[in-house]
Design a protein around this ligand. Structure first.
Ligand SMILES: Nc1ncnc2c1ncn2[C@@H]1O[C@H](COP(=O)(O)OP(=O)(O)OP(=O)(O)O)[C@@H](O)[C@H]1O
Length: 607
């Protein structure tokens, strides 16, 4: 008894049934939505088996009728054969159509769910995973599931059913010959199990590698200007070539595995075929088997042998799909944000009244090894502008990320007025803030679309007004198609100053009571700088504003300047107070002043 359960456990492990359970359970609800198509496919599967048996019967009978010279029966059988060929062709069409519909619909649903889930994943996840890898999940992996929910799965269902039906028919024709076929069963189970394990492991490696190649390509295209200006085309091409070569080597390994399996399965089938032919011919000479029965037997053997040889392909496709599903499951199992933008209906995202922002004893680090903000406290009063200044890495941008809850503090609280932001949904929190980033990201689309991201239901006149307030209207009208001008991927067609004003227009349109402004570091010509500055001052009016200032000349009118260093406030006050203090602010200010002065001196020296 103990030995039996032990054997059972070993066999289970070998066939990896338990490992298959989770990925298949994950796919089941998706497939279940299209149960009608699948039910149709199962019916067609039985229809297909019936057709195979029918054609065997047909072969047996037409041969025997021909041997007996019974022309009337031959004629009748030919008519029956033509009719059944028409029916079986229709079944092939229905099978192709139904399986494609079911598979494509499941893929669509899975992509939608996956993307929705990805949108809800915490910011940290995006920091740890390359965008190319994420795209790979939505493309390579989703396309890779086909084997587990489509052709391979149905093929694998068909194989044992067909084998069982053929076996019953074979026993009916001649039981001694049928025993020969039994040899094939353990052989196919064993080789399938071994091959499955190897194929799945290799397929997982291939999917992982594909994800990395996608990430590499994403970088290569996003950074193409860097590649060109540093003439990195050759080394980048070589790296791609290497990765592609590695992929080829992996694919060839899988091909070799499948090839060996086909050889083994084919050889086993041929031996069984030759044996049954030889033995069958002997039975015919002994008159214990008719010629028709022998032909029927041989044809049935083909139904058994060819799927067995094809099993390498089916099993390979199936295992490859399981590896893809496992990768998708990993993403879907990542915990999503609890207060999700997507889980809140749009109507709930109301614009809040002007409020103050309070950081109470906030401590935070992106990872446990390094504290970025240490017991940080700051109040930004209603309608006032607080400028954050400090050396690179002081933690200024981190404050913005925490205020928008892209990350959560390790300890301490952040409040709008007296309300901790933890009590607000993402929609409530983020609709009360407009963020103008240092680098404006322009999505592919028109200028109008890009401004409308500030508020999707804005009218044309509101969009134009926002552009006017952002000092962007004039330059937009001067573009070839005005507001309909395509900005192109990554907004390559606009200058830095123009992009900034589009970002300001977005913020104007959003009309949020709190403004988070990350001032651009890149220097603008004085006219553009004036236009940007004027637009910003208009935007800041009557809003609670936090501004990260890189150019200290622009924040001299701020209500409060907070100087940060290594995650803590080291000084605060008005511009002149801080200059008089002669501390870090005064040093940074002098540094910028000298930086500006230096080229002038060196130019003068050269002259
Ligand atoms: N996504 C992130 N993951 C891990 N560490 C990060 C991340 N973003 C920032 N850091 C680290 O946190 C620290 C503070 O960065 P932060 O961007 O807040 O500084 P900053 O004052 O805004 O600098 P800068 O003026 O250069 O933008 C730095 O040491 C930085 O390396």
């Amino acid at each position: 008894m103990h030995l039996l359960t032990e054997m059972q456990r070993n066999l289970k492990q070998y066939l990896e049934i338990s490992e298959l359970r989770k990925p298949l359970a994950f796919m089941l609800p998706y497939a279940a939505r299209y149960w009608k198509s699948y039910a149709g496919l199962v019916l067609l599967l039985f229809g297909g088996i019936g057709a195979a048996l029918f054609f065997t019967w047909f072969l047996q009978n037409i041969t025997d009728a021909a041997v007996k010279g019974d022309l009337g029966r031959v004629r009748f059988l030919i008519i029956v054969g033509i009719c059944s060929t028409i029916v079986s062709s229709l079944m092939v069409y229905a099978n192709t159509y139904l399986s494609s519909t079911a598979i494509e619909k499941v893929k669509r649903d899975l992509k939608n769910d996956l993307f929705a889930h990805m949108l809800r994943l915490p910011t940290r996840y995006y920091g740890n995973n390359h965008s190319g890898e994420l795209v790979s999940h939505l493309t390579n992996d989703v396309n890779g599931i086909e084997g587990a929910i489509g052709s391979s799965l149905l093929g694998m269902l068909r194989l044992p059913l067909m084998a069982a039906a053929a076996f019953i028919y074979l026993v009916h024709i001649n039981w001694q010959l049928s025993l020969l076929c039994m040899l094939l069963v353990p052989l196919s189970l064993l080789s399938g199990a071994v091959l499955g394990k190897l194929l799945r492991r290799n397929s997982r490696l291939i999917h992982d590698h594909l994800g990395k190649v996608n990430s590499f390509l994403g970088d290569a295209f996003a950074g193409q200007l860097v590649i060109r200006s540093f003439t990195l085309e050759q080394p980048v091409y070589r790296q791609y070539e290497d990765r592609n070569q590695k992929l080829l080597a992996m694919e060839l390994k899988v091909a070799r595995l499948r090839g060996w399996f086909s050889v083994g399965a084919g050889a086993a089938g041929t031996v069984a075929y030759l044996l049954s032919m030889g033995l069958g011919a002997y039975f015919v000479t002994q008159n214990s088997l008719t010629v028709g029965s022998l032909l029927a037997f041989v044809s049935l053997m083909q139904y058994l042998i060819s799927p067995l040889a094809g099993m390498a392909g089916l099993w390979g496709g199936f295992q490859r799909s399981i590896a893809a599903i496992e990768r998708l499951q990993k993403v879907m199992n990542e915990p999503a944000e609890p207060h999700s933008l997507l889980s809140v209906p749009a109507s709930a995202s109301r614009v809040m009244a002007p409020s103050s922002i309070h950081f109470h004893h906030v401590t935070f680090g992106y990872d446990s090894s390094k504290t970025v903000l240490d017991n940080f406290s700051l109040t930004v009063p209603v309608g006032k502008a607080v400028a954050l200044v400090g050396p690179s890495g002081a933690g200024k941008s981190t404050l913005f990320s925490l205020a928008q809850r892209f990350y959560r503090p390790d300890s301490g609280t952040i409040c709008l007025d007296q309300q901790p932001i933890e009590l607000l949904s993402n929609a409530e929190l983020r609709s009360s803030m407009a963020y103008v980033p240092q680098e404006t990201y322009l999505f592919a689309g028109t200028i109008r679309d890009n401004i409308a991201f500030g508020r999707l239901d804005a009218s044309e006149s509101e969009i134009v007004q926002a552009a006017k307030d952002a000092n962007a209207h004039e330059f937009i009208l001067a573009l070839p198609h005005g507001y309909d001008t395509e900005t192109g991927e990554r907004g390559v067609k606009l200058s830095g100053g123009q992009k900034q004003r589009i970002a300001i227009a977005r913020a104007v349109l959003k009309n949020a009571p709190i403004l988070l402004l990350d001032e651009a570091t890149s220097a603008l010509d004085s006219e553009t700088e004036y236009l940007v500055q004027e637009a910003l001052e208009r935007l800041m009016k009557n809003r609670t504003t936090m501004v990260i200032a890189h150019r200290l000349s622009t924040i001299q009118n701020a209500d409060l300047i907070v100087v940060m260093d290594q995650g803590a406030i080291v000084e605060q006050g008005k511009h002149h107070q801080l200059l008089n203090k002669d501390g870090l602010y005064a040093r940074l200010y002098r540094l910028q002043f000298e930086e500006k002065a230096e080229p002038v001196i060196s130019k003068a020296g050269n002259a």
